[in-house]
Design a protein around this ligand. Structure first.
Ligand code: CTP
Length: 416
């Protein structure tokens, strides 16, 4: 059933010849461990980088590169017809060109030509080849035909050089592929849109070794960034303490630590933004007087001590952005969305708290999550209610954070 992420799938994983071919091994393992049936189809040149024995051992299935093997079973037709999804990583510039022109000169290209299932292609090449107008035209053609081309990451390439063209982490490719298999569209609905996202959790300094923080990992903010990039947006992420996560490929990441740094960077970037999403968990208070030296377990009542830290209130960053829009520092048509981390209590439900928060913050949309130990923070799934200031409310069923991001961005694209 489309959308059911627990169903095992018949997948074809294509591998082209490039130094990043070794990363496909991790991708194959990721899918087989999730219970998917994987057939690997390397190109001839992929086998110069990784041997067929490795692909056969990891997938548990035979490997072939040519349409002239298993001729009696017409392998390219059968593999293409039976696949629930095809993921090609890495894909070379030559492979993009061949698929864009409908070539069928090896088993992998022929399988793509037969397939009616979702096809995800993750290119990896030198920056010059990626940015060449010929490659970009091929990518545009493939996207127009519904093939999902994953944006390459920026970083170290084969030699000493660095730039856009690096194969993203296998986990990122798998996340995008699963989101597509679950029914999310990667159409370029956000082309030309500048998206500003805050992610992670702020940390407030107590002394040089201690801070006050929260459980937010940044995964939901990064998932929003990754799906927005994939849909054509120009994305900037102000990331509070997210160093443990791989940067979203194709996005600009500005690292910050404290609430005041987060606020400063968001206000610096916001005038360029068409859409602002406040996914960061922000500390409401901070120590009023951070200590210059490590604090001791002093029990003296009049010296600074850890058992009595004086706190002062932090700015409400989301409310300050809404205010900046009201006084025209930001464009009046900027769409602003917040998140509401709620647990509910004896007096009110999470929804009642979220409705009050939407009103109080003055933003256009609010994603309300029920949080708590083992719920949402640090997990790879999320769920909740997406509320619109005009009264609309949609339930977001439990799904991966990428799938939740896709649903949120569907609604925001309509608002834009
Ligand atoms: N937020 C913010 N600045 C703060 C606190 C929160 O910008 N000082 C933003 C968060 O990024 C989120 C939204 O406001 O988008 C709601 O955050 P939440 O922690 O749920 O709400 P609070 O404003 O802290 O309210 P309360 O503590 O009463 O739940």
């Amino acid at each position: 059933m489309p959308g059911d992420q627990s169903q095992p799938r018949n997948l074809v994983i294509g591998v082209c010849g490039g130094i990043a071919a070794y990363k496909s091994c991790q991708l194959i393992r990721d899918f087989t461990e999730a219970g998917d049936q994987v057939r690997v189809i390397p190109t001839e040149s992929a086998l110069r980088f990784v041997g067929s024995a490795t692909f056969e051992a990891l997938s548990g299935n035979p490997v072939s590169t040519t349409v002239f093997s298993e001729v009696d079973e017409v392998a390219h037709v059968r593999l293409g017809q039976e696949a629930d999804g095809i993921v090609i990583a890495p894909a070379t510039a030559d492979f993009l060109a061949r698929v864009a022109h409908g070539r069928a000169d090896d088993l992998l290209a022929a399988t793509v030509l037969v397939a009616a299932c979702p096809v995800i292609i993750a290119p990896a090449m030198h920056t010059e080849m990626w940015e060449n107008p010929a490659t970009q035209a091929n990518v545009a053609t493939l996207r127009e035909r519904g093939i999902v081309v994953v944006n390459p990451a920026t970083g170290r390439l084969t030699g000493k050089d660095s730039g856009p063209g690096r194969l993203p982490e296998p986990s990122h490719i798998a996340d995008i592929a699963r989101t597509v298999f679950s029914g999310a569209s990667m159409k370029q609905t956000l082309a030309g849109v500048n998206v500003l996202i805050s992610a992670g959790g702020t940390q407030e300094i107590i002394d040089p070794v201690r801070f006050i923080g929260n459980r937010s990992s940044g995964k939901q903010g990064f998932a929003l960034a990754e799906i927005a990039v994939q849909r054509g947006a120009t994305v900037t992420v102000v990331a509070a303490n997210c160093a443990a996560l791989p940067a979203p490929p194709g996005a600009t990441v500005i690292p910050v630590e404290t609430t005041r740094e987060l606020q400063q960077e968001l206000h610096n970037q916001a005038p360029e933004a068409d859409l602002i999403i406040m996914a960061a968990a922000v500390s409401d208070f901070r120590p009023a007087n951070p200590a210059e030296f490590k604090m001791k377990k002093s029990h003296e009542t009049d010296s600074p001590s850890l058992n009595r830290i004086e706190m002062t209130e932090n700015p409400d960053v989301l409310a300050s952005l809404v205010k900046a829009r009201a006084n025209r520092t930001l464009a009046p048509e900027t769409v602003i969305m917040g998140f509401a981390a709620e647990t509910g209590d004896d007096t009110q439900s999470i929804l009642t708290y979220a409705e009050e928060k939407l009103e109080r913050k003055g933003c256009d949309m609010l994603m309300c999550n029920e949080v708590g130990v083992g719920k949402v923070f640090g997990q790879s799934t999320n769920q909740g209610y997406l509320m619109d200031k005009d009264g609309g409310i949609s339930e977001i069923a439990a799904a991966t954070k990428h799938m939740v991001a896709a649903q949120i961005l569907d609604k925001l694209a309509l608002r834009l």
